[in-house]
Design a protein around this ligand. Sequence first.
Ligand code: ZN
Length: 96
Amino acid sequence: MQDIKSYAMNTDNTTFGLEKKHYRCTLLGHRYVETKKINLHFSEYECKICKTQATNDSRGNKIVLTTELKEINETLFYLNLKKQFLSRFYFHKKER
Ligand SMILES: [Zn+2]
């Protein structure tokens, strides 16, 4: 705690603080938390430390979430909803 305090007192430059966070991520890797589940295979993530957004590719590797990928995910998300709805509807129909 003492270290954080003296660090905060020694710097009044917030940009430097952000760089420090990014540096930490480069060094230790991002600490992603799942922010949105797209479907069984895809999710969106956000780094707890530097707020970098990411998603995963078909092989499960984390990749930076670009606007284009975000749109694809959005489409996949709604297609998945539609599929779920249709399969549920179909299933109930079959049961009767
Ligand atoms: Zn990060």
